[in-house]
Structure formats: structure tokens, C-alpha cells
Unconditional design. Structure first.
Length: 599
């Protein structure tokens, strides 16, 4: 190495030694004829001093001309900082390097934004930062995120190795298996007119590996989904992908709990309590209005169906008569909600097809609401007790079919929590992690538009054994052996015990999901065929690796934990990706381009 120490290494112990540091000019200050340059590398920074009385004029002038982010090598003597000038904020803050020689290794042009002040940089437009990602990544916060990511990836591999798993790579060039998201396609030059699709996950391959006798497979797998970009989605992402043979659901729970315990220890030195609580899908929806509940705060949904069944308030009793439910939520302390906030919540309700949002503000000893006059004394008293209503509360209602009513209030619950947080009425410590398993999902959901059942997880998920007889008679009641792992309201991953008998799988495809046999053959034929030659019972799970790292780093966006993320405006920001192809290139791919109108 050119250097003797990194920039976060020198301490009072080194005083009197000669040291060479290499790195970037983090900041430069000219003070009374002496120049101070903080040299930074990925470990930290050290103050260096250029004193004109010890240096040639040429060297001193060279130091004076250095711009931020030039790359330098400095050699000098380590000395104690003069009294009163220690910098307690950095670990090298008691010493400085009195420079004897300077080598300018590279000049930096004027920067598009400063990287030495995290507060200023954090305010710089994200698009500009992404355009100059190489500079952005020099910021200590992002550098730390990359480091955590690397550590956690390595810890994952060691843990899985200790548990007897083999890391197996699976192809990136695969075929279309349309269930779920849209896929990215790659033209196959050797087979004119044919295309590969990039895998949405290695699902079929990992199951085939079980037929191959691998028994325990894992992979930090790259997956691709051609979906619109959102803060918590990237079109290419990484999963910790896992599959095991001869297991039950309990084995997956134990494995993942052990793994997450290890990862939290490695990244945050935190012992998360095990085992994680479990909650059924039905309970999660009933209490929190969502299948990935954030249980760090209560504000639970309360069922008022029985109390309003015979109500004269037809909006409620009518919904119940239609097979629906009435649910309510007490947003404690939110009677002060502004008109705008109420409108936002009403819009949420409407986005689920509701006509509006019924609510009561409890203010000045009164229940302020246009609907209260329709309520009987018994109904009012039921509300008061079940919702523990007090002065200052805001009560919100949803009267609809069960799923809808739950989801409306589930969304409003999260919104109210954000408002309460902003008002300082709800505080959640940043190092609190509420893990839980969500289990007993329905195997199937109904698509009203297409008038058919589709798999809640994916079509390889096995039904709960005792529900199998209901598959044809009452599909809605069949529970799947599917589980999701959730932390702080974020779905970290999900998986299932799989169907391993080819005939059951065929029934699910053809009779329940009504996928035509030729399509089943084209999409899943290879796997179904493999299953005819001795498929062990098996199951697995996949955890979103980017999301996991974002949670560990406390990052609000996945982009902050991916070295080179995609953005919604990717083409503008990085003109080289995606790119146009020359006619000659298109010819050998047997492609002709017709850019259609936007849908
Ligand atoms: N392949 C599934 C997914 O990506 C996970 C699994 O079932 O193992 O969601």
C-alpha cells in the first residue's frame, strides 16, 4: 500500500511517528497563513497541517490550490493538536499530521454538489445525486450502507453454510412464466422470433433442485420484475432464496428466526427475541386491516357489526344486510385532524370503492358528527365502551364487505399513525423491531373482473392438508401452507410448503385456476415432468435482501442501499441505459422496432 495508515487510524499513541495517508481532500481551511486539509478515505478522516515555515513555497502553493475531492498522498509527522483544538466528533480528533511531502495523485473538477457536509448533501436533489452516483457513494451514510450490505450478505452465506445449505446459481435467461408481474424479455438470436424472459424468482429451478436431491438450497438471487418503480420496489432486486426438502412449516420458521437473529446481531449487535409471534391472516386483517401489520402501536380495528345490525342508520345496517361488516377505529387524540387530513382519509376510503368516510370528532364534551343523530343510545354506549372513547378522540368507520372494510381502516390506521408521529403524540424508538409470522392465508383469491380464482401466493403452494377436500366444493375456505415474515409493517419475505404430487398440482392448475392444459404444459411442463420422477415433499421462502438491508440501515428508500439503483427517470439520468440499438444490431436479432402509442 502507498499508505502506512488509513484515515481513521491515527491516535495519541502514534504521536512522533511518520505516517503516510492517501485519500480525498475532504475540506480545506486557510487559517492565518496555515492550511488545514482533512484527508478522507472510506474509514474516516484525519486533519493534516501545511505550515509555510516548514515547506517549500512550491509545495505550500500546491496545497493552497487543492480543490475538494482531489486525490492526494501526504507524508508527515503525527503530532498532538494544540490545546483547545481537539475535535471530539471524529476518532482521530486528538492528533494531526504535520505535512512534509505531498503528492497530488489526481485533480477533481469543481463538484456538482458538496460531499463533505451530510446535511447539505441530503438536501441536494436526488436526481442530481443519482446522476453523480460515484460522488454520492462517497458520503459516509451511503458508504456505511454498502458496508452493512456486504457484511450481512457474508453473514447470510456463513449461516446457511453452517445449516447445511448449498449455494446454487440458477439461470438468468429463462422463459416466460406469467403469473404475477410483467417480465423483461431478451431476444434469442439463435432462434429467430423467440425470446427469453428474465426470472421473477428462481421458483421453478429451486423446486427442481429438490427433485435433484439437493435437499437444502439457497442463493442470493437476482430477480427481475417489469413493474412501475416505487420507493419500495426496484425492477431488479436481490432475494435470499431458500428451499428445503422433507420439512414442515415449523422448520422454515425456526431456520428464518435463527438467520434473522444472526443478521441483527452482526449488523446492529442486537439480540432480537425469539420465537416470533404468529398471527393468522384473518386476525391480522380483523385487528390491523392489513396482512403485514405494524404492531409497534395499537390503534386496532374494532368490529361493530352486531351492534349496528338493526340500526336505523341505513348506511351501516344496509351494508350488514348485504353480507358486509361495520368496523371502527379510534385515532386517539386526533379530534384536531384538519379538513385536509379528513379529505385525505376520505380519498383512501373512496379508492376502495366506498362512497365516503363516516367519522366522529370528540371535542368539547360533544360527539361532533352528522351521523350521530341516527344512533340509538345502545349503539352510542356500545361505541363508547368498545372503543374506549374519550375527549380528543377521532372515530372512523368503514361499512363494507369484510376485506374492503378492513383494508380501508387499515390504510387509515397507518395514515393516522403518521399524523400522530408528526404531532409528537406517538413515538416509536428507531431500534424497535416487531417481527411476526403471518400464517393461514387463503390459498386462493377471487378475481371479479376475470371471474376466476387465482393463487394468493403462487400456484405451487400446498393447501392445508385438512382443507384439501374443499378445493373443488368451497375454494374460498381453503387455507394455504403459506407464511409471510413481517417486521414493523414491512413484508420481509414469504414462502410456502409446496405441492409435490404432480396430480394435485395438475388439478390446481387446470381445475381450480382454470389454466388451459396446453398453457400448463408450456409454462410448467418441465417442472411437472420432473415431479413424475420422485419429488420429495419440500417448501421454501424468499426474503427481499434490499428491503432487509434498508430496515437494518434505517433507510427510507431502497435506493439508499443499492449501489446503482434504477429510478423512475432512469433514461434521463443515465442516458446509456436503456439504450437504442443500431439497425444492424436489430437485424441480427431479427427484430423490427415499431414504437406504439402509450397505452
Ligand atoms: N418465489 C417466491 C417469491 O419470490 C417465494 C417462495 O415461495 O419461496 O415470492
Amino acid at each position: 500500500m502507498k499508505r502506512t495508515h488509513h484515515c481513521n487510524e491515527l491516535r495519541p499513541l502514534n504521536i512522533g511517528q511518520t505516517a503516510t495517508l492517501t485519500g480525498w481532500v475532504h475540506s480545506r481551511r486557510d487559517l492565518g497563513g496555515v492550511i488545514f486539509i482533512d484527508v478522507r478515505d472510506r474509514e474516516g478522516r484525519t486533519q493534516t497541517v501545511f505550515d509555510p515555515s516548514d515547506l517549500s513555497k512550491e509545495l505550500f502553493d500546491q496545497a493552497g490550490a487543492l480543490r475538494s475531492e482531489c486525490v492526494i498522498e501526504v507524508t508527515g509527522k503525527v503530532r498532538q493538536r494544540p490545546e483547545g483544538t481537539n475535535n471530539a466528533k471524529i476518532p482521530t480528533g486528538e492528533v494531526e499530521l504535520l505535512v512534509e511531502s505531498l503528492k497530488v495523485l489526481n485533480i477533481a473538477e469543481v463538484l456538482p454538489f458538496p460531499v463533505d457536509d451530510p446535511e447539505i448533501t441530503a438536501k441536494v436533489n436526488e436526481e442530481l445525486r443519482l446522476q453523480y452516483r460515484f460522488l454520492d457513494l462517497r458520503r459516509p451514510e451511503l458508504a456505511r450502507n454498502l458496508r452493512v450490505r456486504s457484511k450481512v450478505a457474508i453473514a447470510t452465506r456463513s449461516f446457511m453454510d453452517e445449516q447445511g445449505f448449498l449455494e446454487v446459481e440458477t439461470p438468468t435467461l429463462f422463459k416466460s412464466t406469467p403469473e404475477g408481474a410483467r417480465e423483461f424479455v431478451v431476444p434469442a438470436r439463435m432462434s429467430p422470433g423467440l425470446f427469453y424472459a428474465l426470472p421473477q424468482s428462481p421458483q421453478q429451478f429451486k423446486q427442481i433442485l429438490m427433485v435433484s436431491g439437493v435437499e437444502r438450497y439457497f442463493q442470493l438471487a437476482r430477480c427481475y420484475r417489469d413493474e412501475d418503480l416505487r420507493a419500495d420496489r426496484q425492477p431488479e432486486f436481490t432475494q435470499i432464496d431458500i428451499e428445503m426438502s422433507f420439512i414442515e412449516r415449523e422448520d422454515i420458521y425456526a431456520l428464518i428466526e435463527g438467520m434473522l437473529h444472526r443478521l441483527w446481531k452482526v449488523a446492529l449487535n442486537k439480540d432480537i427475541p425469539l420465537p416470533f409471534p404468529r398471527i393468522t391472516y384473518a386476525e391480522a386483517m380483523n385487528r390491523f386491516g392489513i396482512d403485514k401489520p405494524d404492531t409497534r402501536f395499537a390503534m386496532e380495528l374494532v368490529d361493530m357489526t352486531d351492534d349496528f345490525r338493526a340500526s336505523t342508520f341505513k348506511v351501516f345496517s344496509g351494508a350488514i344486510a348485504n353480507g358486509g361488516v361495520v368496523k371502527a377505529l379510534n385515532a386517539k387524540g386526533l379530534a384536531c385532524a384538519t379538513q385536509g387530513q379528513i379529505e385525505t382519509m376520505t380519498e383512501y376510503a373512496k379508492s376502495f370503492g366506498a362512497k365516503g368516510l363516516a367519522f366522529i370528532k370528540v371535542e368539547g364534551g360533544e360527539w361532533k358528527s352528522p351521523i350521530v343523530k341516527f344512533f340509538s343510545e345502545a349503539e352510542k354506549s356500545a361505541l363508547k365502551t368498545k372503543l374506549a372513547i374519550e375527549e380528543g378522540d377521532l372515530i372512523l368507520f368503514a361499512a363494507d364487505q369484510w376485506t374492503n372494510a378492513c383494508e380501508i381502516l387499515g390504510k387509515i390506521r397507518l395514515y393516522c399513525a403518521d399524523v400522530l408521529k408528526a404531532q409528537g403524540k406517538l413515538t416509536i424508538p428507531s431500534d424497535r423491531f416487531d417481527f411476526l409470522w403471518v400464517v393461514d392465508f387463503p390459498l386462493l383469491s377471487f378475481d371479479k373482473e376475470q371471474n376466476r380464482w387465482y393463487s394468493s401466493h403462487h400456484p405451487f403452494t400446498a393447501p392445508v392438508e385438512e382443507d384439501i377436500p374443499l378445493l373443488k366444493s368451497d375454494p374460498k375456505k381453503v387455507r394455504g401452507q403459506h407464511y409471510d415474515i413481517v417486521v414493523n409493517g414491512v413484508e420481509l419475505g414469504g414462502g410456502s410448503i409446496r405441492i409435490h404430487q404432480p396430480d394435485v398440482q395438475k388439478t390446481v392448475f387446470e381445475e381450480v385456476l382454470q389454466i388451459p392444459p396446453d398453457m400448463v404444459k408450456a409454462r410448467f411442463g418441465y417442472m411437472l415432468n420432473a415431479f413424475r420422477f420422485g419429488a420429495p415433499p419440500h417448501g421454501g421462502i424468499a426474503l427481499g435482501f434490499d428491503r432487509l438491508i434498508a430496515i437494518l440501515c434505517g433507510a427510507s428508500s431502497l435506493r439508499d442501499v443499492i449501489a446503482f439503483p434504477k429510478t423512475a427517470k432512469a433514461p434521463d439520468l443515465r442516458p446509456d441505459s436503456p439504450c437504442t440499438f443500431q439497425p444492424r444490431q436489430l437485424r441480427y436479432l431479427h427484430l423490427e422496432i415499431q414504437v406504439g402509442k402509450k397505452e
